[in-house]
Design a protein around this ligand. Structure first.
Ligand SMILES: Nc1nc2c(c(=O)[nH]1)N[C@H]1C(S)=C(S)[C@@H](COP(=O)(O)O)O[C@H]1N2
Ligand SMILES: [Mo]
Length: 425
């Protein structure tokens, strides 16, 4: 159904972003559409035999630890394995709001999930410090903690879009689900380092995990003191094993792999260690042959979650809310623009508060789909003024085989039949 009085803000049917809020518009018109479907039966309160079955028998029991309803059993992470790596991607296309449920948080395990008994685990701070220290969980629980809502993204997220010559026809989760957003609670590392006393030469920290591959990364001490914390809680409960139970390093906005899980050792050193994890996989070759090392920040990025890859538009055409997620490792989101005509014209999307620093920000814009082919895109700008590149300009910057830090504009092609597909348009 077409609503005539809507104000077009870009080509392809994007309409003024407050449309849903305006009295009598859109919500009313959708209700009319629903009403028309059931033209014979006017809605009225059910009585007697008409009562739905669950209203006629006592309900069932509950569980000590709640799980999602069986009716949502299709909303799951998808796993892929390569050379010992196990990657679990978050179904972003099923998420609303900005917080990823803990059980759906993406995960990257280089050597499986270690089974750590918290009583046997401790964190050691040593190297260039005045007093080497060892902390067990009990002592850590006594420190003051902070809570922060932050996204976490694997450097290799969206690798298929970077590498594949043709756009893979996959869901958003499969294409770009190595990113999630949680509330993380833990102890600022500055507290622990202050106690240990960092020597003047201690300019870097090696963080090592207690998993089989002893995953390790070197980080500049100044950044760790400013922003780093030891996360013990995720969305109000202790970390999931998948996310590094009993403790992980958290560096807001930095590439996933520096957020060392199952953290057991922080060694203060005078320079980077060039561990296996940072000298190979996490160095990026540029198109001019130079190598970009220690590119810690995840750059500004966005994806439309509704509608997105492999989904089917609900109606032949009509009113629809385009919605998605934007984030930046360098600050918060300043604006998100949306296009439905493949980037020829753009309109500003609504940003749903709270717009947080280095966190998912939900955006949306009403769209009046005319039933014709469309190409949907979102383009985010962060508070440092950085804007998402096109796929073409991203590819021009990096060598052909590079895939880390891919943050180009994601495009979805909507067919006449309403099917939504990944495209490089
Ligand atoms: N100890 C350890 N830490 C690790 C990893 C690992 O395999 N072992 N994987 C890293 C990578 S590559 C990423 S992207 C993030 C993923 O964090 P998550 O699994 O909690 O989403 O953890 C990082 N920390
Ligand atoms: Mo990663």
């Amino acid at each position: 159904m077409q609503v005539k009085s809507l104000v077009a803000v870009a080509g392809g049917g994007l309409v003024e972003r407050r449309s849903f809020l305006r009295k009598g518009l859109s919500l009313g018109s959708l209700a009319v559409a629903a009403d028309a479907l059931h033209a014979e039966s006017k809605p009225s309160a059910p009585i007697g035999d008409q009562l739905p079955r669950p209203m006629k028998t006592p309900g069932g029991g509950d569980a000590p630890y709640g799980l999602p309803t069986v009716h949502e059993s299709k909303v799951v992470r998808t796993e892929s394995r390569t050379a010992g790596f196990s990657v679990w991607r978050s179904p972003l296309q099923a998420q609303r709001g900005i917080i990823t449920p803990s059980g759906l948080h993406f995960a990257t395990h280089h050597n499986g999930v270690p089974d750590i008994t918290p009583e046997n685990h401790s964190l050691m701070i040593h190297g260039l410090v005045d007093r080497p220290l060892k902390f067990d969980i009990e002592s850590l629980q006594r420190y003051p903690m902070v809570s922060r809502i932050h996204f976490l993204e694997c450097a290799g997220n969206s690798a298929a879009n970077a590498l594949s010559i043709t756009a893979l026809d996959q869901s958003l989760g499969e294409l770009a689900g190595e990113v999630s957003c949680s509330e993380w609670t833990g102890i600022p590392l500055s507290y622990l380092f202050r106690e240990a006393g960092v020597k003047d030469k201690g300019a870097w920290v090696i963080a090592e995990g207690a998993d089989a591959g002893s995953h390790a990364r070197s980080l500049p001490m100044s950044a760790v003191l400013k922003d780093g914390f030891l996360a013990l809680y995720q969305n109000g409960e202790r970390l999931r094993a998948s996310q590094g139970y009993p403790m992980r390093l958290f560096m807001p906005g930095w590439e996933g792999n520096v957020n060392v899980k199952w953290l057991h050792r922080l060694e203060v050193v005078d320079g980077p260690a060039f561990t296996k994890d940072e000298s190979g996989l996490y160095s990026q070759v540029l198109s001019n042959g130079q190598i970009e090392r220690f590119a810690f920040h995840m750059e500004v990025k966005s994806v439309i979650t509704h509608p997105s890859g492999t989904q089917q538009m609900p109606q032949a055409h009509g009113f629809y809310e385009i919605s998605g997620l934007a984030w930046s490792g360098r600050g918060s989101i300043a604006k998100v623009e949306v296009s439905t005509d493949g980037g020829q014209s753009w309109a500003l999307a609504n940003l749903h508060g709270p717009v947080l620093d280095r966190a998912f920000t939900r955006f949306s814009i009403p769209w009046q789909w005319n039933g014709k082919k469309a190409v949907l895109m979102s383009r985010a700008t962060d508070t440092t003024g950085r804007v998402q590149p096109t796929r073409q300009s991203w590819k021009a910057r990096y060598a052909a085989h590079s895939f880390n830090h891919y943050n180009a504009i994601q495009a979805w092609a909507v067919g006449k039949n309403g099917r939504v597909e990944n495209t490089y348009a």
